[in-house]
Design a protein around this ligand. Structure first.
Ligand code: C2E
Ligand code: CMP
Ligand code: CA
Ligand code: CA
Length: 389
């Protein structure tokens, strides 16, 4: 908190500034000078209002001057704090904000009789803002990709470690970009999941998996094949999620028991309401798998309250289980705990026979990994299933 005496100039129009202020006590006058040097008062702000935010957000000069009308108490907010919050918000919100700031600047300039065209001030380049631009660009490309049907669902086989037979698959999204080729989700899934686009794309993923399931049932003799679908936290807690899922089940006439929803422990950051949503999905018949188990903030307390059917043990454990006794003990304990809670254990990222043997001997019933097959198109999966005796 800073205290500023009455009639003090806090900052001047045209300066660069790194701080915005929230008014706790007193009034602050915002004004500009017109071309003849006359003051034009734009507004008087009071308790709970913010000023000085524009230069901080758009990295340009102060669009107006600010002066105290009383003895004031102000709460300064630094640029980094604002950027931190902004960088976590939807890119569209960030863009809206920039557009609105630009319009306010133009309005102030025309009020002051300044031609905006003549007074363009080159903004200092800000690496964080550049990141926002790159993000918006990629988001836009992803939106177009969705409209142009460039996303594809590929399948990685999931295998019964006892019989080595394929029992299901994990659906993994790919972006078939016309000029860049097949792009892995590592390059775009975070952008997708952190924007509102994950909602329509997420439903498309469900529909595609439901369609693929029907093709698998028709073209192979598999009776209880299951498809695992990755669901992001944002998608899962969206207010349309449960109803839309119910509608899609009816639309595609599928039995939810053949589908596993893969969630990571990170969904718990969305709050405890997720446990209730999980229960409702489970009541609809969907199975629940906890993905990347052991890498997040495992909350054993909640694990017992969640209707989890499968634990997927992350590759980071699997890759060290042969050579590291401590990892082996951890994996042993995770499997013991999972089984006590009535869950099936799936080992992820199996790349060699030694890993498979070890994980199986520790109690994992199912596995997936490059050893059994990388993610592949539906036709290839069907061929692989039909080749296996
Ligand atoms: P994940 O859910 O943990 O998926 C497993 C990732 O490990 C996949 O990468 C898979 O190709 C890779 N993998 C499988 N076996 C092996 C192995 O033996 N060795 C190694 N080194 N890697 C292996 P991918 O397809 O690049 O997916 C990355 C992540 O993107 C996924 O991690 C998941 O979090 C996310 N993702 C993929 N598809 C979707 C989707 O449809 N929706 C959502 N929300 N997320 C998705
Ligand atoms: P900034 O440009 O950092 O510094 C001047 C501040 O005055 C600006 O941020 C806003 O907080 C505020 N401001 C600028 N123009 C207006 C306006 N037209 N109406 C109200 N407040 C304004
Ligand atoms: Ca997964
Ligand atoms: Ca995983």
């Amino acid at each position: 908190m800073i205290v500023i005496k009455k009639n003090t100039l806090i900052f001047k129009q045209g300066e660069f500034g790194d701080t915005a202020y929230v008014i706790d006590q007193g009034r602050v006058e915002i004004f500009i000078h017109d071309s003849a040097g006359e003051e034009i008062v734009l507004t008087v702000l009071g308790h709970g209002e913010i000023f000085g935010e524009m230069a901080v957000i758009d990295n340009q000069i102060r669009s107006a001057s600010a002066r105290t009308l009383d003895d004031c108490q102000l709460i300064p907010i630094q640029k980094d704090q604002i950027f931190d919050i902004l960088s976590k918000s939807d890119s569209l919100i960030q863009l809206l904000m920039r557009v609105m700031l630009k319009r306010t600047r133009n309005l102030n300039d025309s009020l002051a009789g300044i031609s905006t065209a003549k007074e363009v001030v080159e903004p200092k380049t800000n690496p964080k803002m550049e990141q926002v631009f790159d993000k918006i660009k990629l988001e836009n490309q992803l939106l177009e990709a969705h409209h142009n049907n460039e996303f594809e669902i590929h399948h990685q086989p999931m295998v019964d470690l006892q019989t080595s037979k394929i029992v299901g698959s994990e659906a993994l999204i790919r972006w078939n970009n016309p000029s860049l080729g097949m792009i892995s989700p590592g390059h775009f899934i975070d952008i997708l999941e952190n924007s509102s686009m994950i909602i329509p794309v997420g439903y498309w993923i469900f529909e595609e998996c439901f369609r693929h399931y029907k093709v698998i049932a028709e073209k192979t003799s598999m009776k209880d094949f299951s498809i695992s679908i990755n669901v992001s936290g944002r998608q899962f807690v969206h207010y349309t999620f449960l109803n839309t899922l119910k509608e899609l089940v009816i639309k595609h006439q599928i039995n939810p028991k053949f589908f596993k929803l893969e969630l990571t422990e990170r969904i718990l950051v969305e709050g405890l309401a997720v446990i209730d949503i999980l229960r409702q999905c489970h009541e609809m018949g969907f199975l629940i798998s906890l993905d990347d188990f052991g890498t997040g903030f495992s909350s054993m307390q909640y694990l017992s309250q969640m209707p989890v059917d499968n634990l997927k043990i992350d590759r980071s454990f699997v890759m060290n289980v042969i050579n590291d006794k401590k990892t082996e003990s951890i994996v042993h304990s995770i499997i013991f705990l999972g089984k006590k809670l009535g869950m099936s254990i799936i080992a992820e990222g199996l790349e060699c026979e030694a890993e498979i043997k070890k994980m199986h001997s520790l109690g994992a019933e199912f596995g997936q990994g490059y050893y059994f097959g990388r993610s592949m198109k539906l036709a290839e999966l069907i061929e692989k299933i039909n080749q296996t005796p």
